[in-house]
Design a protein around this ligand. Structure first.
Ligand code: ADP
Length: 209
């Protein structure tokens, strides 16, 4: 993984002040670009997406439909290949469909529920994903089609699982009330991730770029 000078400074200051060092970066994206199509039909979805997810963080991505949330999650899960840029998982660069790191990673990332519907499907998807004990949970609109009550129930389950399994979680959602319960919120605008706001009582965080 690339050394982040800002983190190095932070770590040495923490050591001097006797604070615990910042948790390790589990999943990192650097300079992700993704374009679909070609020529006149080319659409550029991610321009320069950068992300560092630290161990134990629960981070929300809130952006309108079509902004590129699913595209980003697919790249982070090694289900697709970026046009350029890199994804690092546990300090190793991962290349979709190329090496064993991907098999390991996708074993935890690529689980889907069957033909159940609504809240049940979401709960089953989470339970199945957790069977292999993932370090990272990537959730794409986990409460997307649910009514308010089921949305909260599923999100609360997600929070409990996150804590109990010490996950590092990234959740794409339209639901700003649920997102506000996460440690940080990122927006995705014009193909770039930006810190939108920090949830209450947490330290404000910005994305390195
Ligand atoms: P979101 O998850 O935020 O709704 P998506 O990542 O699904 O956004 O889509 C972002 C843009 O990329 C949309 O304009 C969508 O139509 C386009 N897109 C997504 N996947 C493909 C694909 N396989 N081929 C062409 N365009 C795609």
């Amino acid at each position: 993984m690339m050394q982040d000078p800002a983190n190095a400074v932070h770590a040495s200051q923490s050591a001097q002040q006797g604070e615990a060092p910042a948790p390790a970066i589990v999943l990192e994206a650097r300079g992700l670009k993704k374009t679909y199509g070609s020529g006149d039909r080319m659409i550029s979805v991610l321009q320069d997406a950068n992300l560092s997810l630290r161990e134990g963080e629960m981070v929300a991505i809130v952006a309108p439909s079509g902004a590129g949330k699913s595209t980003l999650l697919h790249l982070l899960a090694a289900l697709d290949t970026p046009t350029s840029g890199k994804v690092y998982f546990a300090s190793k660069a991962i290349e979709a469909n190329q090496d064993a790191a991907v098999a390991d990673f996708r074993n935890r990332a690529d689980h889907r529920a069957g033909e159940l519907s609504g809240g049940e499907q979401q709960r089953v998807a989470m339970a199945r994903a957790l069977v292999t004990g993932p370090a990272v949970l990537l959730a794409d609109e986990p409460t997307g089609d649910l009514d308010e009550q089921n949305a909260w129930a599923v999100f609360e389950l997600l929070e409990r699982l996150h804590r109990a399994h010490r996950l590092t979680s990234l959740i794409a959602t339209h639901n700003t009330a649920l997102a506000a319960r996460c440690d940080r919120i990122l927006g995705l605008e014009h193909g770039v991730l930006r810190a939108r706001m920090a949830a209450a009582s947490r330290t404000p965080g910005g994305e390195a770029s």
